[in-house]
Design a protein around this ligand. Structure first.
Ligand SMILES: [Cu+2]
Length: 356
């Protein structure tokens, strides 16, 4: 047991440069994030706390910088009954991804990315998710939301063999910060391989007259929402040697990515993070911010915070919530955020906000 443990620690540490001065390539200086968020640029600090080299995002086919804000709002139509119907297309594929410099992982991915697309809808709409399985194993999509047993994404209810398709239909209910994942067995293998993503349902202000302003602040496309610097962060881990333990941790899959390219945020606008935990093998993950406190909405299903003025929260696997904070009263600079499990932070789940 001890030798196995030591071997694991040795394996986990093998790819990390403990305190080297890093020759970081100047990546994408000033890359604009989509609409409402900030930008990402190459790091000047914290070089001793990260891995050496850079991941080839072009080869992966997705960029964690873009994943922060690239909501998939699908296609909206009105059906014969006058319902707002929002349709999404998701395809599962086998894909090898680089999760830390030189560390490749044989992933299963929705739409070729890990995490999968961040689906975003409005409370009360009818959702149609057209799922095609182009992978090598049977897969499904199991939504954390309200739906019938027939749409559950388990055996007999939307489990899809390679080459087949299925359309999941459900109401967009309840509003909140949700997620989806494959529910084929063995479950932990199918989740850990990368088949998961964010599922955000914005509140409909008309259904919440007492809290309409707060609801509009959440609803994508409103002026109230545009004030916010919104981003999605999926906490995940990767078992690169298939010993049922993670060797790499991250938010949005790429170890240390947001320390090499800090996420630029403005002091002038509040920050909202849709945070989900899809980490397999470890019972909990956590989020901790330096030099600041935040309000937290567990599952995002309320418009008033469930936790006020905290700087650390934990989530079990499948748990998620919304973090809201502001740097309005702070001096500009780099503020770290990371898992408060030190091991997770050292193995990749370490990030920085560049406050300007
Ligand atoms: Cu699967």
């Amino acid at each position: 047991m001890l030798s196995r443990l030591l071997q694991t620690v040795s394996n986990r540490r093998a790819f990390l440069g403990a305190s080297a001065a890093l020759p970081l390539a100047p990546l994408v200086a000033g890359t604009a994030l989509a609409q409402s968020s900030g930008s990402v640029h190459s790091a000047t600090h914290f070089d001793g706390m990260t891995s050496i080299g850079n991941v080839d995002h072009d080869r992966n086919g997705f960029d964690p910088n873009a994943i922060l804000t690239d909501w998939d709002t699908g296609t909206l139509s009105i059906d014969a009954q006058g319902r707002r119907v929002r349709s999404f297309d998701i395809t599962a594929v086998d894909i090898e991804i680089e999760i830390a410099p030189g560390i490749f992982f044989p992933a299963w991915a929705y739409n070729g990315r890990v995490p999968g697309p961040t689906l975003r809808a409005t409370e009360g709409e009818w959702l149609k998710v057209n799922f095609t399985n182009a992978g090598s194993h049977t897969h499904s999509i199991h939504f954390h939301g309200i739906h019938s047993a027939r749409m559950d994404g388990v055996a007999g209810a939307g489990l899809v063999a390679p080459g087949d398709s299925f359309t999941y239909e459900m109401p967009a209910m309840p509003f909140g910060c949700h997620l989806y994942h494959c529910h084929a067995t063995p479950l932990k293998r199918h989740i850990h391989k990368g088949l998961y993503g964010g599922f955000i349902i914005d509140p409909d202000p008309e259904r919440h007259p007492e809290e309409a302003e707060a609801a509009r602040g959440r609803l994508l496309g409103t002026p109230e929402n545009a004030r916010w610097q919104e981003m999605v962060m999926v906490m995940n881990g990767f078992d690169t040697n298939f010993d049922d333990e993670n060797e790499v941790y991250a938010v949005n899959s790429i170890a240390h990515e947001y320390i090499k390219r800090p996420i630029t945020v403005s002091r002038d606008r509040p920050i909202r993070i849709y945070l989900m935990n899809l980490t397999e093998f470890d019972p909990i993950n956590s989020f901790h911010i330096h030099g600041n406190f935040f309000d937290y909405y567990d599952h995002g299903t309320t418009l008033t915070p469930t936790l006020k003025t905290v700087d650390t929260i934990m989530q079990c696997q499948g748990q998620r919530g919304i973090i809201e904070m502001s740097f309005a009263d702070h001096e500009p600079g780099q503020y770290m955020f990371h898992a408060h499990q030190s091991e997770f932070a050292e193995l990749g789940w370490m990030s920085v906000f560049e406050v300007v």
